[in-house]
Design a protein around this ligand. Structure first.
Ligand SMILES: Cc1cc2nc3c(=O)[nH]c(=O)nc-3n(C[C@H](O)[C@H](O)[C@H](O)COP(=O)(O)OP(=O)(O)OC[C@H]3O[C@@H](n4cnc5c(N)ncnc54)[C@H](O)[C@@H]3O)c2cc1C
Length: 449
């Protein structure tokens, strides 16, 4: 990767993380991918050197840095050869703790986050549900107040919850007021930071078999009258959706970094192979048919790198506590930048992995050359936490829809005057003439904020 333009802090993070990751060579990751065993040693090594709390405040034992530096950390973990499975073993502890830090009480912050920073606890993130998917506002898991007021009873089902087997905590989004009783669908959801206790009645996590990143478990999670205390609630009841969004933009930025790391790791393997592999009397890397696709993949990654670190910078500088706080940066701009970065970085990583596999001929398909593993892993940033379609639709809604509406609304000044979302709703009505796929636009505008 070209490293010019990064801050001293980012470059220091990069050097230090590469040093930690040197202890975990390619074969360590190949073996974990086969055995499905969580990389406890990586988590412990990062926690020991204080990296898990990189973006949490110093008074909690954290590094006091931002998402710009955390993105570099995740990028470097992936680029070291740990790939998505190495990054995903850490990931939620960095982004899912952001809304806890921002909205928990001082007492809760100390009680919950210090043990994440020290590595004693790990957290997972429980949002997705099997029957609602990307339509987050319809989620059905309920948190009902217990009659004696001591806490809540959780019932419902989550799916794809990464690390639920090894985590002690979960950031959980659940409905505290039924959908039919709220004025807006984004209301009535609450965010909790709950204990995961596999021995307690009412909690079960079943591992899902998956294509790649097998060292990191993904689960179906079942709650059946699972009791949690009142002080697991973070922020105000009913405001959970707004609260959790704070973690979602951070997650996109980290994931974009992880995708970049994976793409650069693949290109490093492929270029080394192209220098060594001799057929027809010369290294295959001397052929332009090998060079140009690799160069193109590299340039795509470099472009995606700019988008990623731009998004991370906007995220950080929109925070009033940041030394370079810029009040002009809106959450709308942060959302557009983080979603765009996730999209382009995931696509650039995919192109880099595919090009690397193809450039290496048959050995691109052999496990011992590692790029086939990267190829399998690089579907994750394309699929999750939101799909490519969702982001394309979000961009249409948030940045392009006004100009599209100019075409559809013609001289209807009233329609022009409305907000994009309102106007999109208008377009859903049969009387509005030409139709966009606005149902999906509205649905996803919430999920991908
Ligand atoms: C490896 C992995 C790890 C994950 N980890 C977590 C985690 O830790 N915590 C968590 O909460 N979630 C996690 N997820 C879940 C992830 O966020 C979801 O898979 C993702 O949000 C998509 O939801 P879904 O799979 O239900 O897709 P669906 O909502 O079922 O959508 C399926 C496809 O249909 C498309 N689609 C839907 N409606 C339309 C339409 N009207 N028009 C066009 N296209 C449409 C979507 O874009 C998508 O491509 C993980 C997923 C994976 C694969």
């Amino acid at each position: 990767m070209e490293t010019s333009g990064f801050t001293d802090e980012q470059l220091t993070v990069r050097d230090a993380i590469f040093k930690v990751c040197e202890q975990f060579p390619d074969d360590y990751w190949m073996e974990r991918d086969i055995s499905g065993e969580y990389p406890h040693e990586l988590h412990a090594a990062l926690a020991k050197d204080g990296w898990i709390g990189i973006a949490l405040p110093e008074d909690l034992g954290g590094g006091g840095l931002g998402i710009s530096e955390a993105t570099m950390m995740m990028h470097t973990i992936a680029e070291s050869g740990a790939g998505m499975q190495g990054a995903q073993s850490i990931h939620a502890n960095v982004y899912a703790t952001q809304p806890v830090m921002k909205f928990a009480s001082k007492e809760q912050r100390g009680r919950f986050l210090a043990k994440i920073v020290s590595g004693e606890w790990r957290t997972c993130f429980g949002v997705t549900e099997p029957t609602t998917g990307l339509d987050t506002l319809k989620l059905k898991t309920r948190a009902d107040r217990l009659p004696d007021g001591s806490g809540y009873s959780i019932s419902g089902q989550k799916i794809w919850i990464t690390n639920a087997q090894i985590a002690q905590k979960m950031v959980l989004l659940a409905r505290t007021t039924p959908l039919e009783e709220v004025t807006k669908p984004s209301e009535g959801l609450s965010m909790f930071f709950i204990d995961i206790d596999h021995s307690k009645p009412g909690f079960e996590a079943r591992r899902i078999k998956k294509m790649g990143g097998r060292a990191v478990d993904a689960n179906e999670v079942f709650f059946d009258n699972y009791h949690i205390p009142s002080d697991a609630l973070i922020g105000k009841e009913g405001q959970g959706f707004k609260i959790i969004l704070h973690g979602m933009n951070a997650e996109r930025s980290l994931l974009a970094g992880e995708a970049l790391g994976l793409g650069y790791a693949a290109l490093t393997k492929a270029t080394a192979y192209a220098k060594d592999r001799v057929v027809f009397g010369r290294p295959i890397g001397q052929n332009q048919a090998i060079q140009h696709p690799l160069a193109k993949a590299f340039m795509n990654l470099e472009a995606a790198k700019l988008a990623t670190y731009h998004a991370a910078r906007l995220y950080d500088r929109s925070n009033p506590d940041h030394p370079d706080y810029d009040r002009a940066i809106t959450q709308h701009q942060v959302g557009v930048a983080c979603n765009s970065a996730k999209y382009v970085a995931a696509e650039a990583a995919f192109a880099a992995c595919e090009t690397s596999v193809m450039s290496m001929g048959g050995m691109g398909y052999a496990s011992e050359y590692h790029v086939e593993r990267y190829m399998r892993e690089c579907f994750v940033p394309r699929l999750a936490p939101v799909s490519r379609v969702s982001i394309a639709i979000y961009s249409a809604l948030k940045t392009l829809l006004d100009s599209i509406l100019m075409c559809f609304a013609g001289n209807d000044h009233e329609l022009h005057r409305r907000t994009s979302a309102g106007a999109a709703e208008e377009l859903l009505k049969p009387s509005s003439g030409p139709k966009l796929d606005t149902g999906l636009i509205l649905m996803h505008s919430v999920r991908v904020r």
